[in-house]
Design a protein around this ligand. Structure first.
Ligand code: SAM
Length: 167
């Protein structure tokens, strides 16, 4: 089965990691990793209550170091595409972006910076969301995963469930 994962570089706020955890859960990303020491297991307890609820247990989430963050997600590098979501001049624009058809890990930078050069060298592709200014980290993750879902659904790669299943 195709795997989907999210990696955050040195996130600053636990509430953003909580929002990303929820995005991973609802869009079917099975792994979430983040680097740095600003959101650590101790203040994980301060994630918004709903992010600690049972419904989010379908996501394997953990803090870890750099550059091992990617290694804790990717088993065989050849089976994975690593996509940096960042405002860089050479990035493809999300509306035109064709999401990889193999296992994919989307990488995001911190609230007060951007993806480091070291981590960028591990990325295969770069995509930006054409917004007037930088988005909130968790919003950027949600938009990226929703875009992937919509495009895959359009290609018949995601099941179309009746609305009644969602409410
Ligand atoms: C809040 S932004 C970083 C802030 C920004 N570097 C600044 O200080 O102006 C956090 C992360 O969200 C992602 N992000 C936010 N808006 C984005 C956009 N429009 N396109 C691509 N990535 C975006 C990137 O991964 C970025 O590193």
């Amino acid at each position: 089965m195709l795997e989907l994962a999210v990696a955050l570089e040195n996130p600053k706020y636990a509430h953003n990691v909580g929002g990303v955890l929820r995005a991973c859960s609802v869009y079917g990303a099975s792994k979430l990793r983040w680097s740095g020491h600003r959101v650590v297991p101790d203040n994980m307890r301060r994630l918004p209550r709903e992010e600690r609820m049972k419904a989010y247990r379908n996501v394997d989430f953990a803090p870890c170091g750099l550059p091992w963050m990617i290694d804790t997600i990717v088993d065989n590098r050849l089976d994975w595409s690593i996509v940096a979501v960042e405002l860089v001049p050479t990035a493809e624009q999300l509306p035109d972006f064709e999401h990889p058809t193999i296992n994919t890990c989307y990488v995001f930078g911190p609230e007060d910076g951007s993806i480091s050069r070291g981590l960028r060298t591990m990325c295969d592709r770069f995509v930006m969301i054409p917004t007037a200014a930088c988005m909130n980290l968790s919003a950027a993750v949600n938009v990226t995963l929703y875009d992937r879902y919509c495009k895959r659904r359009h290609l018949g790669l995601e099941p179309i469930r009746p609305t009644s299943e969602y409410v």
